[in-house]
Design a binder for this molecule. Sequence first.
Ligand code: CO
Length: 202
Amino acid sequence: MTAFLTSADLLERNRKWSESTRVQDPEFFKRLAAQQKPRFLWIGCSDSRVPANQIIGLSPGEVFVHRNVSNIAHPTDVNLMSVLEYAVDVLQVSEVLLVGHYGCGGVHAALSGRLPGIADFWLEPIRELRRKRAMHLVGLEGRALEDRICELNVAEQVSVLAHSGIVQSAWERGQKLLIHGWIYSLDDGVIKDLGVTRDSAT
Ligand code: CO
């Protein structure tokens, strides 16, 4: 297993990866260095078990990525919003993938009680969701409740993105842009489309 890897081991692994990649495709790094033109923006959880490229089978250069705890799109988050702006306005991605996952530690923490300091602020949208959607959560508890909130959180964040000035402006000027809400299962590695896709008509 990888439990005793050190950072020096990682540099060694990197050297080998670079070598084998160049053996397989001598032009690979030259092409990427010249330009990135990803079609997708992935916004997902920071959880180490949910690595964007690997899960959807994409190579370097094929997906622009932003990750934070519990894949939340705070409208005031200048980090996420500048990623979104660059992806939509400059890279002109055609699809945004907002990807949550079942068993999310951030969702669990938010529902388990008060957290210290900044995490408490960060995860407030999750608790707000539970208050707002209480009627739809009747009878659910424990893991079932958390998993349902993981799904609702994805739908909510898709809505936040769709209402952002960046996305609204893109749609107004006729740019093709879809925003999908997906959820990933840690149990079997399968992504489910939650059917909450937004486009300029919705
Ligand atoms: Co998570």
